[in-house]
Write a protein that binds this ligand. Structure first.
Ligand code: EPZ
Length: 421
């Protein structure tokens, strides 16, 4: 199993190229099931999660060719409407095949992502959405069994502006009979990008990027070529890397319009930003100002940046509070940051941070994708050497992060830690 060995204390400098968005690519790849034929998808990031969804698509019968950052998807012969537990248990986003399978084949057997439909990281809104569109949904043996002769448009109110449920319902509704209105829909750029992809395929969708999305079902769609948006969370993570190490970075190939709240908070925290088209330049003044953050649905501060922000605040000049209103339990990075000397304390869905001048390198354990990013950021600024174990978590959502960081001057190596577990 790999670990990162990082020697902290280096101020990063230079230019980093941002990859395509993981959270836009995943539903766009499954949406290729909606119309048989060949698609070319560009700016697809080389990530573990993308390879997982490609594997799942092959199980369903699609042909996938993934070279560099272009993915050729041929769903002409897709014919197996199932998503097995072995694959779904490794990635929750596999649930994104549910809508497309129902729309194309009229049936789907998809493993529950983990726990039960209502347990941690539930999928109840996905299932209610499919039922609202006329599907019969049963849970049996850890699987979702859904079937529908013909999906029918309906009015669907989401109790929570779920990104995944909005995406899944949109993908099911585009081929349904009649009109579907999704109220309290997710406005995330990744869902807008999915909607743009569906419109290019011939779908009729209004209201993308607002709380009310209206879909007029059509008889059929057609394959298209499409380019996925840049990854706003990767871009934001590198901006924090520039600030936390007291460096100066150019983040290129990003979409600043998707990052307004994060850019505003980086400025509050002392980052000097210059934005020109798809390039963001950040310079640190050498002082990090304590800046409270509360995560919200888009366009608020993203929960996917909560752990990284906590690492930054650990070396701010004062106290701050970071609150997560989306995932009240997304704090597995906190005990690991304490091992690096951070003065952070979790209380419920908030972390109370007393910024310190120095962190000290130590062995730490990655626990999930964004927690790993938080530990890398803290290790970059900690005195001495840190070992970050189980970095397979970070490979799910960051493309070759150690190469990108090395190019910016970081002292980081990927090493096999010889452990099998
Ligand atoms: C997407 O997950 C992202 N993943 C997550 O990014 C991100 O953290 C999350 O949106 C929030 O922005 C992908 O896009 C692949 P949700 P998703 O449904 O769709 C509750 C990363 O780091 N909920 O918007 O699973 C849920 O419990 C990943 O890249 C229900 O109650 O998130 C949570 O509290 C991590 N019932 C809230 O909604 C449901 O049926 C937001 O979840 C679905 C969700």
């Amino acid at each position: 199993m790999d670990k990162f060995v990082i020697e902290g204390g280096i101020s990063l400098s230079g230019t980093v190229e941002i990859s395509g968005s993981k959270n836009a690519a995943l539903p766009i790849i499954t949406a290729c099931l909606l119309a048989p034929g060949e698609y070319r998808l560009y700016n697809i990031p080389q990530l573990k999660d993308v390879r997982t969804i490609a594997h799942l698509m092959r199980v369903i019968g699609a042909k996938i060719d993934f070279q560099d950052h272009t993915m050729r998807v041929d769903t002409t012969h897709a014919d197996f409407p199932e998503a097995p537990y072995e694959l779904v248990k490794t990635m929750r986003a596999s649930i994104y095949v549910l809508g497309p399978l129902l729309a194309r084949f009229g049936k789907a057997r998809v493993s529950l992502p983990g726990g039960c439909a209502w347990g941690p990281r539930p999928v109840d809104l996905h299932l209610k959405g499919m039922e609202k569109l006329g599907a019969e949904v049963e849970l049996e043996g850890g699987y979702i069994n859904a079937k529908a002769k013909k999906l029918k448009g309906n009015y669907i109110y989401l109790d929570v502006s779920s990104v995944g449920a909005t995406g899944n319902i949109m993908m099911a509704a585009v081929l349904a009979e009649g009109t579907t209105v999704i109220e309290n829909a997710a406005e995330e750029p990744e869902i807008v990008n999915l909607g743009e992809f569906l419109i290019q395929m011939g779908a009729q969708i209004q209201g993308l990027g607002t709380k009310t999305v209206t879909i007029n079902g059509v008889k059929e769609l057609h394959p298209v070529d499409f380019t996925v948006i840049p990854d706003r969370i990767e871009a934001a993570t590198f901006l924090v890397a520039g600030l936390i190490t007291g460096g100066e970075l150019m983040i290129s190939g990003c979409e600043p319009r998707h990052m307004k709240e994060v850019l505003s908070k980086l400025t509050d925290a002392g980052g000097q930003l210059k934005i020109e088209n798809d390039v963001i330049h950040i310079r640190s003044t050498g002082h990090i100002r304590p800046t409270d953050v509360t995560t919200q649905v888009y366009p608020g501060f993203p929960t996917d940046m909560q752990a990284q922000w906590t690492a930054l605040m650990a070396v701010a000049e004062g106290g701050s509070v970071v609150t997560d209103t989306i995932y009240p339990d997304r704090f597995t990075h906190v005990p690991e940051l304490r091992r690096l000397g951070a003065d952070v304390e979790r209380k419920g869905n908030a972390v109370f941070i007393r910024g310190k001048k120095r962190l000290k390198g130590a062995p730490v354990m990655s626990t999930d994708l964004r927690a790993s990013a938080s530990l890398v950021l803290a290790a970059l600024v900690a005195e001495g050497v840190s070992d970050i174990h189980r970095v397979y978590h970070i490979d799910r959502g960051y493309e070759r992060i150690e190469e990108k960081l090395r190019k910016l001057g970081a002292r980081i190596e990927r090493v096999d830690d010889g452990k099998l577990y």
